[in-house]
Design a protein around this ligand. Structure first.
Ligand code: F3S
Length: 64
C-alpha cells in the first residue's frame, strides 16, 4: 500500500502521526514531510487509520 501525500493541503494537525508515528514523519512545525509513503503490510491498518484521520484530506490511500 502507498500513501500519496498532498503537502499543500496539510495544516499540521498531526492526527496521522498520533495514529502511526513510525509511518507519518512530520517536520519541526508538525507538517507532514513531502514524498509518497510506501507502507509495509504490517503497518497497513494503522497507516490507513492515520490517513483517514486527516481533516484536510492531505493523505490519499493508494492500494497498489
Ligand atoms: Fe497534516 Fe493531516 Fe497529518 S493536516 S500533519 S497530514 S493529520
Amino acid at each position: 500500500m502507498r500513501i500519496i501525500v498532498h503537502n499543500a493541503k496539510c495544516q499540521g494537525h498531526a492526527r496521522c502521526w498520533s495514529q502511526a508515528p513510525h509511518v507519518f514523519k512530520l517536520d519541526e512545525h508538525g507538517y507532514i514531510l513531502p514524498g509518497d509513503i510506501e507502507v509495509a503490510e504490517r503497518d497497513e491498518l494503522l497507516a490507513s487509520r492515520g490517513a483517514r484521520s486527516c481533516p484536510d484530506h492531505a493523505l490519499e490511500i493508494d492500494r497498489l
